[in-house]
Design a protein around this ligand. Structure first.
Ligand code: FAE
Length: 546
């Protein structure tokens, strides 16, 4: 990855002065900046947060929402401490690599598991999971009763493990994505701002047509078009020029070496290279990895008392720190933020949070499947792990299907898809006093609408091509990957659990700024919408609250 990436992205973003002036918040900013103390400056230099610290802003989580908040607050002159339960992911292991390949999972792959839990867990009908040492690895497969929710763990959150598909919803669909948000503002200001800062780009169509590593996607295009479905290129944050160099053999392979689910060592513009790099460059942002927030409650002298557990790579708590924060941004992701808020309300630490907390959770309608192609339709033994295309049947059938890779290194004659569907089911998080945990009441059968919607695409393609579904990828004779989601959304829904900008109004100074604000579905992959909404909300908060 060339080192210019974050610089060039920064130059496209909003300049610090332009941003501050634009929000009209110069006076508030100056006042807050003046509250920085020598102790805070020392803490900034020293790294992880210290017990007893008093900080102006504490951000829980370093994913999209948290990174946007940290950057914009820091640019406005405010010191920010980010607390992240996962690792920093900035140091190579004994093999010289920071991340392990999807085909060779080791301890770095999973969050505190002794066996891998691959989303696609069977091949040719045989289970492919394997034992690994327990470690604070990068991918969390978090089990709830009816669904496994995959999430990134570490500085950069989901951007460390995701496919980088950076999709802005069609404007016609936006009203159902975020009904209380002004679409003009989002499409004129915040989506462009988010896309620029994330470094979003689209594959060169001429290269797509010729490179071996997207043969699987060209087969996907052919089958989609022969059945009359629109085939669309999907933007991504992977550096497309770098991928061309991988294919040409002039750069170390990452997307073309099976790297994705457990991190990309090169090529992907994760948040570490974009928002977080910019935030760190302000000198005002400190990140504490392997620190987990367990409690937030009003402090007697104003602000909030935050309890943080520092852990080792076995997941054991080594130190418990208590700090005071004037303001706290919940950016622990849909599941992390919902779990915290539900627990804090139920256990009486934040009892005045409203009754919408924990509600409105959806899986973005995720469902996976494979199709078995004819022997004359190979999908290629070399497959880029970065998806670049999709089949759009949202309006007619409620499904948008990513043409996904199956990068096994051998010819599989399989076409693989992750569908995002208009599944109407919404679940609720609730506190379970007996177990001391937060439950989610999703039910496996609630995926049936997603299957039905995905079938509007693949039944038709199978009929046209004379092909069948693969039954060997998710179990023994099981067609649908209906046990999981990559896209948790909701649990602290905008304009319901919070006001229309993410404020938890019963507690001035507490904010939600991540995927938990979005009521369950974005009609496409979610992180551009999470980022754009965070840009909108933080601009308002800086202008009016600080
Ligand atoms: P997120 O990125 O999850 O960040 C939350 C952070 O908070 C994490 O780093 C947590 O470790 C941390 N955290 C949680 N609890 C605590 C706590 N108590 N104390 C301290 N830290 C905590 O949240 N989306 C797309 O748009 N395109 C894709 O191609 C795509 N592919 C995906 C592939 C996979 C395998 C997965 C798992 C997800 C994918 N997603 C994709 C979803 C996307 O990554 C996700 O929507 C965003 O990362 C959510 O952003 P948030 O800021 O809400």
């Amino acid at each position: 990855m060339n080192d210019n990436t974050s610089g060039s992205i920064g130059s496209k973003g909003v300049s610090r002065r332009g941003f501050i002036v634009g929000t009209g918040s110069l006076l508030g900013v100056a006042a807050l900046a003046g509250r920085g103390t020598a102790a805070q400056a020392a803490a900034r230099a020293a790294g992880p947060i210290t017990g007893g610290a008093h900080v102006p802003v504490l951000v829980i989580g370093t994913g999209y929402g948290g990174s946007v908040a940290a950057l914009r607050l820091a640019q406005a002159g405010i010191d920010v401490h980010m607390i992240e339960m996962g690792m920093a992911w900035d140091t190579p292991g004994s093999d010289g690599k920071i991340f392990c390949a999807t085909t060779a999972p080791d301890q770095r792959s999973y969050w505190l598991r002794t066996r891998t839990k691959a989303p696609l867990n069977y091949f040719l009908g045989f289970p492919i999971d394997r034992d690994i040492p327990r470690y604070t690895g990068i991918l969390d497969a978090e089990d709830f009763s009816g669904i496994t929710v995959y999430q990134g763990r570490g500085v950069g959150g989901g951007s460390l493990v995701n496919g980088g598909m950076a999709v802005t919803p069609k404007r016609a669909n936006f009203g159902s994505v975020l009904p209380s948000v002004n679409a003009d503002e989002m499409y004129n200001i915040y989506y462009p701002r988010a896309n620029a800062a994330l470094g979003v780009g689209t594959i060169d169509p001429a290269w797509f047509d010729t490179t071996d590593c997207y043969q699987y996607a060209r087969v996907g295009r052919k089958h989609a078009q022969r059945s009359g479905f629109p085939f669309v290129f999907v933007p991504d944050v992977y550096d497309w020029d770098y991928m061309k160099q991988e294919a040409a053999g002039t750069a170390t392979k990452s997307a073309l070496a099976g790297e994705i689910l457990y991190g990309n060592n090169h090529g992907k513009k994760s948040l570490q290279r974009t928002y977080i790099a910019q935030a760190k460059a302000t000198g005002r942002v400190t990140i504490s990895p392997l620190h987990k927030v367990t409690s937030v409650a009003p402090a007697s002298g104003g602000g909030y008392t935050v309890v943080i557990e520092q852990m080792n790579t076995n997941g054991d708590t080594t130190t418990t720190k208590t700090v005071i924060a004037d303001r706290v941004f919940f950016a622990a992701g849909s599941v992390g933020t919902s779990k915290l808020l539900v627990k804090l309300k139920a256990t009486g630490l934040l009892p005045n949070l409203n009754g919408e907390i924990g509600k409105g959770w959806g899986d973005n309608g995720n469902v996976m499947c494979g199709r078995a192609n004819h022997l004359w339709d190979p999908t290629g033994s070399l497959q880029s792990t970065i998806p670049c295309s999709g089949i759009d049947n949202w309006a007619a059938g409620g499904a948008f299907a990513e043409v996904a890779p199956l990068p096994t290194g051998i010819e599989t004659f399989a076409s693989f898809y992750l569908s995002i569907t208009k599944n109407p089911n919404r679940a609720q998080f609730s506190w379970n006093a007996a177990t001391g945990k937060v439950d989610l009441n999703w039910q496996t059968s609630w995926k049936q609408p997603s299957i039905d919607m995905a079938k509007t695409i693949f039944d038709k393609i199978n009929a046209k091509e004379g092909t069948i579904y693969r039954t060997d990828l998710f179990g023994v004779y099981k067609i649908w990957g209906d046990h999981l989601t990559y896209h948790p959304l909701g649990g602290a829904v905008l304009n319901k659990a919070t006001d229309n900008y993410g404020r938890l109004t019963a507690y001035p100074g507490l904010y939600v700024i991540d995927g938990s604000l979005i009521p369950g579905n974005t009609s496409v992959n979610p992180f551009v919408t999470i980022t754009a909404l965070a840009e909108r909300n933080i601009e308002k908060i800086i202008a009016t609250d600080l």
